[in-house]
Design a protein around this ligand. Sequence first.
Ligand code: GLN
Length: 304
Amino acid sequence: MPEQILLEQVVDKVRPLIGSGKVANYIPALGNVDPNKIAIAVTTADGQTVGAGDYLEPFSIQSISKVFSLTLALSLYSEDGIWCRVGKEPSGQSFNSLVQVELERGIPRNPFINAGALVIADLIQARQSAPKHRMLEEVRKLSGNSHICFDKNVANSEFKFSARNASIAYLMKSFGNFEGNVDTVLKSCFHYCSLKMNCADLSKAMFYLANRGKTLQGHQLITPVQTRQLNALLATSGLYDGAGEFAYRVGMPGKSGVGGGIIAVIPGDMSICVWSPELDQNGNSLAGTHMLEHLSQSLGRSIF
Ligand code: GLN
């Protein structure tokens, strides 16, 4: 169990790195975030959560939501139903690249790049009448926080500047790998990304990844095998083009978002969330990665 004091040391050690990255500014709602925020929270196998820094302050979870949407899709479809539409390979291109969608004939390389997340949102939309509402309910349940909500300002601003994601969706449609109405699916996807959660909420919500698919509340959300598979995909593709570097330095399955959050897990042991808004060149939180690296070194833990 990492003591609170250890988490505080991790935050203090990494804080001087603030200023070396860049806050995402492709929409004003994200560009205005205070770059000095820094936080870590850990939920351990006994169900306890500890945190340090701004760990109770909500932020835009962005692509961390792709973990929740894939989990939801796993409960709605058979394995084949999902993996005939999206691949399981690391991408080697930026998270919002169109290149590979074209090269791979409309099948995104994995569910964690934007193209893959759009296909997953399309799958969810085809089976659910109120996907946004269902997603909100699910994350509230998983984290035990009924106050979690969407940031409408972020969701609307994503939609206003959605040309790139829309073009990815239309490109997949041209290959026959996108069923729904593009605008409707984009709106759902942007709402998932706009969820505002804090590090404590996220470390609790992701506990099932560390607990063989069982949530903090004791509900079997996905099977132990599905959990292992999901963690494998997170380890190979969760940090986009920085997945190799992250595996080398941190050694945990993880998922980042351009809001500056990263979730990571040590299966059987703990789920972790870090937050620092400035990003590195791959779109992953710069100080966040350092916090996880320090934590894994201090605890002497990694999946490798
Ligand atoms: N909303 C972001 C986008 O579309 C999601 C990407 C991310 O968090 N990496 O660019």
